[in-house]
Design a protein around this ligand. Structure first.
Ligand code: THU
Length: 165
């Protein structure tokens, strides 16, 4: 892991690089995402999603989708898990497992969640699961190739526009 900033308890990693999570750890993470799905609040879509996020120090943050009568305010499970972690000082992640009720298909994260993951690096793992615990592993960069991220904001630009907007 390449640590570029470490302030107190906050560890911010530039790009962690894919780190192997042992088989047992993956199964536990998927189990936790399935458990998190039980808390899904989705009276409108009735599409339950759970997520379990594994931080650099092996702490796990879970999340579920939380919908709203004002439909566009709904939040995805992955984003909830990541926001919980970040709000507790975590910015470096090894993996996230995602669960849904789809038997015939692995759940895939929406585009917004892919970008949300990418904010914290491209080389960490995403486990797409089915209710029976089977899974497919992909990296954030496979899910969101040629992405835009925090590093792009500091690249050289044609106009050096003063930041007054
Ligand atoms: N959903 C997630 O929580 N994560 C995803 O990656 C896909 C979609 C939720 C949002 C909404 O509450 C429901 O699933 C149907 O789109």
């Amino acid at each position: 892991m390449e640590e570029v900033k470490s302030t107190g308890k906050i560890v911010y990693s530039k790009d962690q690089g894919s780190r192997m999570v042992p088989q047992e750890g993956v199964e536990k993470l998927i189990h936790l995402s399935l458990q998190a799905k039980e808390h899904a609040y989705c009276p409108y879509s009735k599409f339950r999603v759970g997520a379990a996020l594994l931080a650099h120090d092996d702490r796990v943050f879970t999340g579920c989708n939380v919908e709203n009568a004002c439909y566009n305010l709904g939040v995805c499970a992955e984003r909830n898990a990541i926001s919980k972690a970040v709000s507790e000082g975590y910015r470096s992640f090894k993996a996230i497992a995602i669960a849904s009720d789809m038997n015939d298909q692995f759940i895939t994260p929406c585009g917004g969640c892919r970008q949300f993951m990418r904010e914290f690096g491209s080389s960490w793992d995403v486990y797409l699961s089915k209710p029976d615990g089977s899974y497919v592993k992909m990296s954030v960069s496979e899910l969101l190739p040629v992405s835009f991220g925090p590093e792009d904001l500091s690249l050289q630009k044609v106009f050096n526009t003063p930041n007054t907007f």
